[in-house]
Ligand binder design. Structure first.
Ligand SMILES: N[C@@H](CCC(=O)N[C@@H](CS)C(=O)NCC(=O)O)C(=O)O
Length: 202
């Protein structure tokens, strides 16, 4: 919304103590939910497309049907593999940690190969303006950043393009303006680290 210049107000929700009014408007009990006039829209990727269509002046999912399909494939990849990958590493039992990391890195391999073959990022997914693909990956990469303190994990140096992209996104003004400080993320996710892994990371 910042990138597209759409004015908005944020209401934060305590996810450990969700208010009744929130449960009434969020069918899955999850954030985010967008209220636009009388409409309620949920699921990030669907919210993003809705806003892109309702406010078309600065399109973030432009191009041909084939180009849009390709962008949607990588948005779905983020939602189905990269975001869950963060959760899998954060929550991994000590004896399953390496296995979970290997599974997530198999997805990073696919992403890295795609970026390399297609000359991306440049510096963002589709050039010098943020696209909806960037809008999906920015919060995912932000969360991966906290795994260093949480589980001693960093996206390895061999994923050069992914790291380059994550770093370009972290420096983008719209992303920076809404970044969650790492201490805040750490506080959010430290409860996810299972007992079996607690003695391993200082
Ligand atoms: N697929 C959903 C996922 C949303 C989601 O998992 N939100 C988390 C916070 S990042 C949440 O609200 N969790 C609270 C809960 O599941 O009780 C989306 O992209 O909007």
């Amino acid at each position: 919304m910042s990138e597209k210049g759409i004015p908005f107000e944020v209401t934060e929700i305590d996810l450990k103590d969700k208010p009744d009014w929130f449960l009434e408007i969020s069918p899955y009990g999850k954030v985010p939910v967008v209220k636009h006039g009388d409409r309620l829209i949920y699921e990030s990727a669907i919210i993003n497309e809705y806003l892109d269509e309702e406010f078309p002046d600065t399109p973030m999912l432009g191009g041909t049907p084939a180009e849009r399909a390709e962008m949607r494939i990588w948005i779905d990849f983020c939602n189905s593999r990269i975001q869950p990958g963060f959760v899998q590493i954060a929550r991994a039992e000590a004896d399953q940690f390496d296995e979970k990391v290997a599974a997530v890195e198999a997805s990073f391999d696919m992403l890295e190969e795609y970026l390399e073959k297609n000359g991306r990022p440049d510096p963002y997914f589709a050039g010098d303006r943020l696209s909806l693909v960037d809008a999906s990956y920015a919060p995912a990469f932000e969360r991966f950043g906290v795994l260093k303190d949480l589980r001693g994990y960093e996206i390895p140096a061999r994923f050069k393009r992914i790291r380059q992209w994550a770093s370009a996104l972290a420096g983008h003004p719209a992303v920076k303006a809404h970044a969650i400080p790492q201490e805040g993320l750490l506080a959010n996710y430290s409860g996810w680290v299972p007992e079996s892994a607690r003695s391993q990371v200082a």
